[in-house]
Design a protein around this ligand. Structure first.
Ligand code: SF4
Length: 381
């Protein structure tokens, strides 16, 4: 089985994890690449030099792609993940959402909701690499009724297929989240749930949940529990902080691999900007910019109809406990974290709409007026 059913989506805890760990890919490595002046060289190249895929070369998949076409699909065939990843890349498909929709199909097959007559003769059992390749190609070219539907993404496909299949679709606002299990690391779940574009691990990227000290957490978020990965308190303020800092990183086009480390301290960002521009930004100025960006994104979504119910997580994360390992028994307790997050942002806890004055205080008076004219700003007594 795959797709989070056993809590083994993480490559390290996948039953055959050693077959798709980084070590398994060393023999395919042909070189690294880096952005200008970066010492990390996080990009890599591969080539397959024997067997049926001999000569295939391209960009080495990252962790999330390996999990998407590997553990998420119950697939421990090392080389097949290179093939699937390269196929998706060359066809211009997002590997995370491609793996996600295939995982949903495979679970639908497992549950008897889909069979060979529905899938244009593809046997979509877990780990069936031949079917994975064929489905990727068919989706890219929208070949056949089934692949044409899947090309719309898992959310639209599940709505059309029905039969409770939305219950096992892993998505937030129609987008696949990444591979940090929000049952074992709660802030990741909150980050996925509130991300403006849905299911995104990069907007919040709460890696400090596991590396800031309890003392730092107490000082910054009011409780040491904020850096206890299974804790609840402080997570709303932690995600607010992370989203604000990450938004500024996006504006500055600096790499989050670097800026999610201890360098994430906003004072560093202010110093970098000041050195380059001659301006005199403070750490507070930096975080105010991030707060404004996140509020504008919220206002956009609210104007388009978003409400609290949309800031949610897949049923699996909320209701199905992890079955083994150090996080055995854990689910994500989203709602109290969401309350804290809304309060920190100045949004209404019941609806998720901005409270009167929140946007104006951020110099976003025009945005507040527009939402107000649509009845989407709340005044609380
Ligand atoms: S700047 Fe970031 S993306 Fe570029 S090589 Fe360095 S770590 Fe990788």
């Amino acid at each position: 089985m795959g797709d989070w059913q056993t809590g083994t989506i993480r490559i390290v805890s996948f039953l055959s994890g050693e077959k798709i760990s980084s070590h398994a890919y060393e023999k395919y490595w042909t070189g690294s690449k880096a952005c200008g002046n970066c010492p990390l060289h996080c990009g890599h190249y591969f080539e397959i030099d024997e067997g049926p895929n001999q000569g295939l070369h391209g960009e080495m998949p990252e962790y999330v792609t390996i999990a998407s076409f590997g553990s998420k699909l119950g697939n421990a065939d090392t080389e097949s993940i290179l093939v699937a990843s390269e196929l998706a890349n060359r066809l211009g498909m997002d590997t995370m959402n491609t793996g996600g929709v295939i995982a949903w199909v495979m679970e639908s097959w497992q549950r008897g909701v889909l069979d060979i007559e529905d899938t244009d003769n593809l046997e979509l059992t877990w780990g069936n690499t031949d079917s994975i390749y064929k489905l990727i190609k068919r989706m890219a070219y929208r070949k056949g009724e089934f692949a044409d539907l899947l090309a719309e993404g898992g959310y639209r496909a599940a709505r059309k297929i029905g039969k409770d299949s939305m219950d096992w679709l892993i998505h937030v606002k129609g987008i696949d989240p990444a591979m940090a299990d929000p049952r074992s690391a709660k802030a990741w779940g909150l980050g996925y749930a509130v991300s403006s574009r849905g299911g995104c691990h990069l907007r919040g990227l709460p890696s400090l949940e596991t590396y800031f000290t309890p003392e730092e957490a107490e000082m910054m978020f009011g409780t040491a529990e904020a850096v206890d990965r299974t804790g609840i308190r402080g997570k709303g303020r932690l995600i607010q902080w992370c989203e604000n800092q990450r938004a500024v990183c996006d504006c500055l086009e600096v790499c989050k691999f670097n800026m999610r480390t201890k360098l994430s301290e906003p004072g560093w960002l202010a110093r970098f900007i000041n050195v380059v521009t001659g301006e005199n930004y403070s750490a507070e100025d930096i975080m105010d910019v991030g707060e404004r960006i996140n509020n504008i994104e919220r206002a956009f979504n609210v104007r388009q109809g978003l409400v609290r119910a949309d800031d949610s997580l897949p049923k699996r994360y909320l209701e199905e406990p992890i079955v083994s390992g150090p996080s055995k028994g854990e689910v994500n307790n989203l709602e109290p974290m969401l309350d804290e997050y809304y309060e920190a942002r100045g949004w209404d806890v019941e609806t998720g709409l901005p409270l009167a004055g929140t946007l104006e205080k951020l110099n976003l008076k025009e945005v507040e007026e527009e939402l107000n004219s649509l009845g989407k700003v709340l005044t609380k007594n």
